[in-house]
Design a protein around this ligand. Structure first.
Ligand code: ADP
Length: 432
């Protein structure tokens, strides 16, 4: 598989990369010669998210955020600048199959056009599973990729797609530094007990354990808490990452202690189309009594459950909140109920709760879901300021309440860009 030319400025190894001086934040991208940047790729099963950052005065500056969806059905591409202004848009129509290779080609063509003189210092990738051994971001080569491939059975719906663009770039541009950042890494410091299932111990030793995911999101939140909310940063905090995928993480002084997600990204909270925690006996019943095989159960648990499965209507919280259908209400009720129960469990793991943080699509945007979750947490000292919650201000707790509540937009791509530069030995002014 060959890729189109990389940006005309080419790429340079980190050892040779001087950080160029750029304009102040807010200035349009300086695409003149000497501008250096780092690209971030988050490749899923049917979409690729791509972000381009420049390194200006030692700090990362977002220049473009791109989304290419429907890779194998009806591809749609949109790119926006840091202010959300649309830079480019393209649709291919139904029936067109771009695949990951075609998608990546399109994205790199866009970069070449938009940043013709950029020196690409490196490519950072979100990789969902680092297993037991990859506990920090790592420079990629073919040997590392081969090892990461052995983890595909632990994340069959994510890992192969994460690795596909890495292999393509390794083949086409072997000197371009690439870095893998793992969704599991943030949780590897969790206490051993928090990582265990009560299964025969040899399975734990063989890697059947609770890994936890959304780690890059939690790491980003932990990185901004000290400035935004010093009390939350220093104390016992539960962060709710509520997007299409949803999980919650207990942090003590910014370090992970427990997560609702487990061996796979199916565990814990109900999600857009995933079931969340389930009695393993249900799976045995489905196999024995309903004749379902592993693939059929996998499709059901990953794609036909959660908000979609319960409501029979949609996986999108906006649709459910706007609907009068009785089962749309049940789906939202169950989502809220499960979040409240998991917060109780995480607070128990922490031995208290000093702060609660909402993030990701639902957590950042839905005042209604935040209101309903918080309404059941008075016993933990949570009380919202209604006006602040409606406004989505960072601090939404009622003055004087025991447990402050925050809304903090997550930024997994920035976290990956920071890690990429750090692994390549390029310091930035931004905290990692
Ligand atoms: P992903 O896990 O795919 O990264 P996001 O974090 O982008 O997901 O979250 C996407 C979800 O956020 C959507 O499916 C939608 O349900 C929800 N969402 C976005 N905006 C709102 C809103 N204003 N109100 C309620 N839900 C919202």
């Amino acid at each position: 598989m060959s890729l189109p030319g990389w940006p005309k400025g080419g790429y340079r190894s980190a050892q040779h990369a001087g950080i160029p001086v750029g304009g102040p934040p807010g200035m349009p991208p300086n695409t003149g010669a000497g501008q250096s940047g780092v690209a971030v790729i988050n490749a899923g099963s049917s979409s690729i998210k791509f972000s381009m950052f420049t390194v200006v005065d030692g700090a990362l500056q977002l220049q473009a955020r791109c989304l290419l969806e429907g890779l194998n059905t009806a591809p749609e591409f949109v790119a926006r600048d840091a202010a959300g202004v649309e830079l480019a848009r393209q649709g291919w129509g139904p029936g067109v199959v771009l695949g990951h290779a075609g998608g990546l080609q399109h994205l790199l063509g866009f970069v070449q056009q938009q940043f013709p003189h950029l020196n690409l210092l490196g490519l950072g990738h979100r990789v969902v599973h680092g297993g037991q051994h990859f506990i920090a971001p790592i420079r990629l080569d073919t040997a590392v990729v081969q090892t990461l491939k052995t983890l595909a059975p632990l994340a069959p719906l994510h890992q192969p797609h994460n690795l596909a663009p890495i292999e393509m770039a390794l083949a086409s541009a072997p000197d371009l530094p690439q870095v893998a950042c793992f969704d599991t890494a943030f949780h590897r410091g969790n206490p051993e007990l928090a990582q265990m299932f009560a299964l025969p111990y040899h399975l734990h030793e063989a890697g059947v354990r609770r890994y936890g995911f959304h780690g890059l999101s939690y790491e980003y939140i932990a990185s901004v808490l000290p400035t935004l909310a010093p009390q939350a940063a220093a104390g016992k905090t539960v962060v709710l990452h509520l997007g299409n995928g949803a999980s919650a993480c207990a942090m003590q002084a910014g370090r992970g202690v427990a997560s609702t997600m487990g061996f796979t990204a199916l565990d814990g909270l109900p999600m857009g189309t995933r079931c969340g925690s389930i009695d393993a006996g249900v799976l045995l019943y489905l196999m024995d009594q309903r004749g379902m095989n592993a693939r059929a159960i996998e499709a059901m648990l990953y794609h036909q459950s959660g908000l979609l499965g319960v409501s029979g209507l949609s996986s999108d919280m906006r649709v459910l909140l706007a609907s009068d259908a009785p089962r749309a209400k049940v789906a939202v009720d169950l989502f809220v109920y499960r979040i409240q129960r998991e917060i109780g469990s995480l607070a128990a793991a922490l031995g208290g709760l000093d702060a609660l943080v909402f993030t990701a699509g639902i957590g950042e945007n839905s005042a209604e879901v935040r209101r309903r979750v918080a309404a059941g947490l008075g016993w933990l000292g949570v009380a919202l300021d209604d006006a602040a919650n409606q406004a989505g201000l960072p601090a939404i707790g009622r003055a004087g309440s025991r447990c402050p509540v925050w809304v903090i937009p997550t930024d997994e791509e920035l976290m990956i860009a920071r890690h990429t530069l750090a692994v390549l030995g390029i310091g930035t002014a931004t905290p990692a």
